[in-house]
Design a protein around this ligand. Structure first.
Ligand code: HEM
Ligand code: HEM
Length: 230
């Protein structure tokens, strides 16, 4: 058995921060009232984290790259037949990773344009019509149970591998290292500081845009005609 580097530090930080942001979004919306501000903050954090992850999927270290773990039909077939051997996300796990990134991304983006029909509008609400905002708010609310379903499935699958298959997936997501007897298994390479700074800058620009800070303010109302007192 040799110990190799599997998940780089930025990917692990992304994962645990995403857990905080998603749980924060779900708890704050249930608390309601003044917690709506926090719902937006956690939602914006989710946008930034997912933006980071999408970039990291191209310029991160080996096992974080989409080109390494997104499975083709052949990999899926061999996994289902019990013949797949590899390191990192297995083909079925990779599909659930893509589903999570997609669904949480969908949730965060629809939230940016949503309204609660009372007093709160998402930061990009001014960019669309109120009818479209109502539609997106409906989708945002209705996807709630899909979010819970995916989270339960994800944690259930991780627990199944760890407890029943005696393949502890949690430890590598904490320490970054995994023990393997596969001699072809190489430590992750790439994803250095330059790539990290680039991904961080891109996600900061995304959050700045998503927060509505870059939307020009509406034009000031025209001054009322002067009363000349005639
Ligand atoms: C900046 C991003 C976000 C904004 C501005 C936002 C905004 C909103 C608004 C305005 C509502 C109320 C809709 C209504 O009641 O009519 C809402 C509901 C909801 N949001 Fe978000 N949201 C964001 C991100 C997220 C994220 C990331 C999640 C979860 C991962 C999430 C989960 C929910 C859920 C589950 C509800 C429905 C709650 C219920 O009806 O009890 N939101 N959000
Ligand atoms: C709201 C809760 C959670 C969300 C949204 C979430 C999301 C994710 C995502 C997106 C990935 C893919 C990582 C990547 O980008 O490559 C992942 C992987 C992983 N998560 Fe979570 N996660 C959650 C909770 C947890 C919990 C509570 C645990 C531990 C018990 C956990 C353990 C793992 C592990 C071990 C992996 C790697 C799986 C593998 O080896 O293929 N997650 N999670």
């Amino acid at each position: 058995m040799t110990s190799i580097r599997l998940w780089d530090l930025p990917l692990r930080a992304f994962h645990w921060l995403l857990v905080v942001a998603v749980c924060g979004s779900l708890i704050s919306i249930k608390l309601g009232g003044d917690w709506m501000v926090w719902h937006e903050r956690f939602g914006l954090a989710t946008v930034g984290l997912l933006g980071f992850r999408l970039t990291w999927g191209f310029i991160g270290s080996t096992y974080a790259r989409f080109s390494v773990f997104v499975p083709g039909p052949r990999a899926l077939k061999s996994y289902i037949q019990g013949q797949w051997q590899g390191i990192g996300h297995n083909p079925l796990g990779a599909l659930s990773v893509l589903a999570m990134i997609g669904l949480f991304g969908f949730q965060a983006v629809t939230g940016l344009f949503a309204n609660d029909e009372v007093s709160f509008n998402g930061p990009l609400y001014p960019l669309i019509s109120s009818d479209l905002s109502d539609t997106l708010s409906g989708w945002h609310r209705r996807s709630e149970w899909y979010l819970y379903g995916l989270i339960v499935l994800h944690i259930g699958a991780v627990m199944f591998y760890t407890l029943a298959r005696k393949n502890n997936l949690i430890k590598p997501m904490v320490t970054g290292k995994v023990s393997t007897s596969d001699h072809r298994g190489k430590s992750a390479e790439g994803g250095g500081i330059g790539a990290f700074v680039l991904a961080l800058c891109l996600s900061a620009v995304l959050v700045a845009f998503a927060s509505g800070e870059l939307i020009p303010p509406p034009p000031a109302p025209e001054a009322a005609p002067q009363d000349l007192g005639w």
